[in-house]
Design a protein around this ligand. Structure first.
Ligand code: FMN
Length: 479
């Protein structure tokens, strides 16, 4: 089975949002002949904050120069670019928030942002680059996919949900046709629909046909993989099989949620994916979640996997988007201090507004500490994890269980849904050095997500060194 799909790389550097797997990391990996994945999550906020930080090396502006609509690129620069960068105490001007019918300006910014990220990751080499999106964050996804395709993205990888409609949407977008996605409305049987029309959004631009990228959904069971293969709206090209030890969001355990003494979800036999069953689907697949050793790579290849997807090791490498101070702090903590009971990672069944378990490192100074979480004034000003709900007047609104409790209740949400929820949008922006200063002067604090492999990352650090590169990770895994 090994090498049956010679055109696909063996190693996939997993997509890591927000901007942890940014274009620099993806480019490094792609240049080494493996698959570099940029994160598309909240990419419009990443773009507008980079511009407000002055785009010191000029990369973002160089990519915007290559954007097919210079009219749109110029509008973005006029709105957000600050020569020399904003003073560090000045809050960022926020991007607009998405709705079922997002404004054209916001969709244009989203297309441009995904374009910039993929364009930079692909610049100057012929390696392969993909984009990762979360199915749960539905509203920006079509614009994001289109922007990535305008930049020639080779792969689309999508998790945190069942992305059955994406393959068909990719087919439509590749010929500049209107694509649509069903958007679940909480408590309602009927879905809402969000549309993206390339011709309308890219006004005054001559559009040409685009390459249709490979599409790999992320699955946590072979049954789901089979369902996606057979019932998607178009071609599925392979799968990432992700287990519960992976960084970021995890699929909930099968059956009723049971917690261990520390309060983490308990996974069992039913959550183990059979490689035999995956092999039977006759599509290439990569294993993800605590597979990042050369031995495990060989082992899963021997059982029919094409390779592995790796996140945590790359997230703490030199090229990662995680702010240098947080990366260094993490490495020092792990090197010099014994881990708390249960290890450095806590799988929190409550923190994510998506309702999926979410892993975070138990580092001081982050909102994984109860005192920091409680001291933060709740605010929802980025809104990527909001859910659609039906308002009393019949229109569709958006609400997030991590927003101020009184607002959530006013929108008909239940108080119990707000308990323990964390604003991942703001915390993850802080991880990559783009944290907001809120109106009350409070800076948003980070919440570093990582997989259980975080406990072992010091294996990558060579004697006399205090960090490691993405290239070190690839050389180690392919040794
Ligand atoms: C910091 C971090 C952020 C992540 N964010 C995402 C994400 O936005 N989307 C996604 O599909 N997977 C995400 N993941 C999962 C990775 O893409 C990858 O599948 C996983 O990390 C592989 O397991 P490992 O951490 O043991 O290497 C994230 C992982 C990390 C460490």
């Amino acid at each position: 089975m090994q090498n049956t799909y010679p055109t696909h790389p063996v190693l996939i550097q997993g997509g890591m949002g927000i901007a942890v797997s940014d274009w620099k990391l993806a480019r490094t990996v792609a240049q080494k002949g493996q698959l570099g994945i940029v994160s598309g999550t909240a990419i419009n906020s990443v773009l507008v904050r980079r511009l407000q930080d002055g785009d010191p090396q000029g990369d973002t502006r160089r990519a915007l120069k290559a954007f097919p609509s210079q009219e749109i690129a110029q509008k973005i620069l006029d709105t957000f670019f600050i020569e020399g960068g904003r003073p560090k105490t000045q809050p960022y001007k926020r991007a607009l928030m998405y709705g079922i019918n997002s404004s054209k300006v916001l969709l244009q910014q989203t297309v441009a942002a995904a374009f910039v990220e993929v364009w930079l990751a692909r610049e100057g080499h012929s390696g392969k680059v993909g984009i990762n999106l979360l199915e749960k964050i539905q509203l920006p996804n079509l614009a994001c996919l289109y922007g990535a395709m305008l930049a020639g993205v080779d792969y689309v990888i999508m998790g945190a949900g069942i992305p059955r409609e994406i393959p068909g949407a990719l087919d439509k977008l590749s010929v500049n046709e209107t694509a649509s996605l069903k958007v679940g409305v909480e408590g309602q049987d009927e879905d809402a629909i969000t549309y993206f029309n390339p011709n309308e959004v890219m006004e005054n631009t001559t559009l040409v046909s685009l390459k249709r990228p490979y599409f790999f959904p992320i699955v946590s069971s072979a049954v789901l993989a089979k369902n996606l293969k057979l019932k998607s709206t178009g071609r599925v090209d392979g799968f990432i099989v992700e287990g519960p030890l992976a960084g970021g969001h995890n699929a909930p355990p099968r059956g009723p949620m049971k917690l261990n003494d520390l309060g983490e979800p308990i996974y069992g036999e039913r959550d183990v994916v059979s490689l035999e069953d995956m092999k039977a689907l006759e599509l290439p697949f990569w294993m993800a979640g605590y597979y990042a050793t050369p031995e495990k790579l060989k082992d899963v290849q021997a059982q029919g996997a094409h390779g592995i997807q790796v996140g945590t090791l790359f997230a703490f490498s030199d090229e990662s988007g995680v702010a240098l101070e947080h990366r260094q702090f993490a490495i020092e903590q792990i090197k010099n201090n014994p881990p708390p009971e249960g290890g450095w990672i806590f799988t929190d069944p409550r923190s994510s507004p998506t309702g999926f378990p979410f892993k975070a490192a138990r580092f001081p100074g982050t909102i994984s500490e109860e005192k920091h979480y409680l001291a933060r004034t709740r605010i929802c000003d980025l809104g990527y994890l909001r859910h659609a709900y039906k308002k009393e007047d019949g229109t569709i609104g958006q609400r997030c269980p991590a927003e101020p409790v009184k607002d959530y209740l006013k929108k008909g949400g239940l108080e119990e849904d707000t308990v323990g929820r964390k604003c991942l949008c703001n915390a993850l922006m802080a991880d990559v050095g783009m944290g907001q200063i809120q109106a009350n002067g409070q800076p948003e604090l980070p919440l570093l997500t990582a997989g259980d492999d975080l406990n072992n990352i010091v294996r990558m650090i060579k004697p006399g060194k205090s960090s490691y590169s993405a290239t070190d990770v690839i050389d180690y895994l392919l040794a």
